[in-house]
Design a protein around this ligand. Structure first.
Ligand code: 6R9
Length: 636
């Protein structure tokens, strides 16, 4: 895969024009040259925005793990595929070669088969960032099972909801996990969750922290003894291009999480292509993405994209602050990392620490820096550029989503001049459009609107598991013949895009998408709570933090407000996970409502953000007097 690099801006424009003039032939050429197919496609693309239905490389047959592993064995068998860096710096790093990965994936795949997992079955993976996590994804893909990774910071309730939504047959987990100086009882969380899951037939348990855990007779099995018995080869299941590869849940603005379904061929082609170009990946590079594989960034740019290119991909189990705030930079020096991809929230957190943590490490191996997950503010961008890149590494601010499967708008290093806070230009084949509220496309530059994509691309999610109508309603109904992203964006005078944030009720906290509705649902279950409204407000480190307005029931009981705040956050932790806890909770006697009973979140957002100069017209509210009360008692 050597000749699909884009090297100059001129070349970018040429390639881009070609890619949008004839997307089918553009992607066909890439698919033809760089991958292993058992059968060629009959048709590159067919689509219908009304149904909506999108099919890429229909008729083709392949297995993604042959593309990510087997075909590298001849030339790169002894090369490190996964470089595992444990939580504790005193524990040795593991270099898993392509040969070894091939064997371990086959053994794992054989264990899955022995436990009755077949093509099309759903397997839930709830693991910390240890090699078995990546191996589990690949083992599912090897036999055509659909993986559904649930981030191992989610609570037992959140885990159960996701298992039940796609009726998974198996869970792969571990006894526990390390997180800095703490351990987390993962198996305990799984046991609790499985009390309400009927579809689970077996649980495979990786031994990681050697804790004493409960093993349910007949259901739970230690993984290692099964692997020891398993055959070291496993023939790949031959998949159709549009067979589902995985489900990954993302928060919606209302109701239950959405199980985004990604399929095989298009996802493979697009993640491999974007990995190579956005990170300007070269054969001997050591690439490190700090995301968790529980999020799409980890799926596409720790596992599939890098391995499809035969790269060495670093997997880090720990946190940036343990044993101290130099941990990231120590790892960069230790493994001579060449591409480093992280989130603005991590950059902001580390930027607040003493510069000595950075300066005592040699970061000269770095070539390209990346960010993802939320808008990066100017200050953080410059800190990253000056102190980590030493003004010598292009920064790629990559905009994309769980739904898009791969990076959509991003600079290409050494060809697109970067400007802080701008994701810059669309990648080849991606056709963004800005739309006004009436549904008309806003042409020209120096404009802003709702960000849509007006032509299909290979790695778009194909449906929401079990709910195609919701897929249509959420993404294809706001604007005709367009995919609606849920983000707002502006296009500057040269055509660069800057993402301005969500236009719906999703708040991005430390790079994690959180729907406010499920958090409100969780709080409202507290016996003392009558009603609540959650909004995001700008936060120095997290980007956004959550602010809760809570109306208490009139029980006559006088309760200690600080205790109530703790109880409310504990409920959120239990039902969703600690990432969704509220930074500030204000008790109030009412919430501003429209006459149709809708909470006016716009006003609550402004008050929480200390931006009350222009609250807009409040006279149409049902209860305008409440606004002053809320302002008087705001928590600073
Ligand atoms: C990959 C990922 C998607 C939402 C997206 C947008 C925000 C992601 C961004 C960005 C500004 C960037 N987002 N990257 N905003 N600049 N470079 O994060 O997927 O977890 O589904 O989140 O994240 O709001 O709509 P996901």
């Amino acid at each position: 895969m050597s000749n699909y690099h884009i090297k100059h801006l001129e070349e970018y424009f040429q390639v881009y024009r070609k890619s949008v003039r004839n997307p089918e032939s553009y992607w066909e050429e890439i698919a033809e040259e760089h991958f292993l197919w058992h059968k060629r496609w009959d048709n590159v693309l067919s689509y219908d925005f009304d149904k909506p239905e999108f099919k890429w490389f229909e008729g083709a047959q392949l297995n993604i793990t042959e593309n990510c592993i087997d075909r590298h064995l001849r030339t790169r068998g002894d090369k490190t595929a996964i470089l595992f860096e444990p939580n504790d710096p005193k524990e040795k790093a593991q270099h898993i070669t392509y040969n070894e990965l091939h064997k371990r994936v086959a053994q794992m795949a054989n264990v899955l088969k022995a436990k009755g997992i077949k093509k099309g079955d759903r397997v839930c993976i709830y693991l910390p960032m240890i090699p078995e996590l990546a191996i589990s994804l690949l083992a599912c893909a090897r036999i055509g099972a659909i993986h559904s990774v649930v981030f191992a910071g989610f609570s037992s309730k959140a885990l159960a909801t996701r298992i039940n939504d796609s009726s998974c047959k198996m869970v792969i987990t571990s006894d526990g996990s390390y997180r800095g100086s703490k351990t987390i009882d993962l198996k305990g969380i799984v046991d609790e969750g499985l009390k309400s899951c009927e579809s689970i037939e077996s649980v495979l348990v990786v031994k990681r922290i050697n804790s004493d855990i409960h093993m349910e007779e007949g259901r739970d099995h230690w993984l290692q003894p099964l692997l020891d018995e398993a055959e070291e080869t496993c023939a790949p299941e031959i998949m159709n291009a549009e067979d589902p590869l995985f489900i990954l849940y993302t928060s919606g603005s209302t109701g239950t999480p959405k199980g985004m379904v990604h399929t095989t061929a298009g996802y493979m082609v697009y993640t491999a292509f974007t990995f190579k170009n956005v990170f300007q990946y070269r054969e001997d590079d050591i690439y490190w993405c700090t995301a968790d594989i529980g999020w799409i960034t980890g799926h596409s740019y720790i596992v599939y994209g890098p391995l499809a290119n035969g790269a060495t991909t670093v997997m880090f189990e720990g946190v940036p602050s343990y044993p101290d705030h130099a941990r990231f930079w120590e790892i960069v020096e230790k493994h001579k990392v060449t591409q480093f991809y992280t989130a603005p929230t991590a950059i902001r957190a580390l930027g607040k620490e003493n510069l000595d943590f950075v300066e005592k490490h040699d970061l000269s191996s770095l070539k390209v820096l990346g960010t993802v997950g939320e808008p990066i503010n100017e200050e953080a961008w410059h800190w990253y550029d000056e102190n980590i890149g030493k003004r010598n590494c292009p920064i790629v601010d990559t905009w994309w989503q769980t739904e898009t499967g791969g990076i959509m708008i991003s600079p290409i290093p050494y060809s697109t001049p970067a400007i802080p806070t701008f994701a810059t230009l669309p990648l080849p084949g991606i056709q963004p459009a800005l739309m006004d509220e009436e549904g008309k496309e806003i042409k020209g530059n120096q404009v802003d609107g709702r960000l849509c994509i007006k032509f299909p691309w290979p790695s778009m999610a194909r449906t929401i598991w079990g709910n195609h109508q919701r897929y249509k309603d959420t993404y294809f109904s706001a604007f005709k013949n367009m995919y609606f992203t849920g983000d707002g964006a502006l296009r500057d005078s040269v055509g660069y895009y800057r993402i301005t944030g969500r236009v719906d009720d999703v708040v991005i906290v430390s790079g994690h998408n959180l729907g406010t509705a499920p958090i409100e649902d969780a709080i409202n279950e507290h016996p003392a709570v009558a009603e609540s409204a959650i909004v995001g407000y700008p936060h120095e480190v997290k980007g956004n933090a959550l602010y809760g307005y809570v109306i208490l029931k009139e029980t006559g009981e006088t309760r200690n407000q600080d205790n109530l705040r703790k109880e409310i956050n504990q409920m959120i932790s239990d039902r969703i996970g600690p990432i969704a806890k509220l930074n500030k909770i204000q008790f109030t006697s009412g919430l501003p409502k429209t006459r149709s009973g809708k909470i006016m979140r716009r006003i609550l957002r402004k008050i929480a953000s200390n931006d009350t100069s222009n609250l807009g017209d409040t006279s149409t509210l049902l209860n305008p007097e409440i606004v002053q009360e809320i302002m008087d008692n705001v928590i600073k």
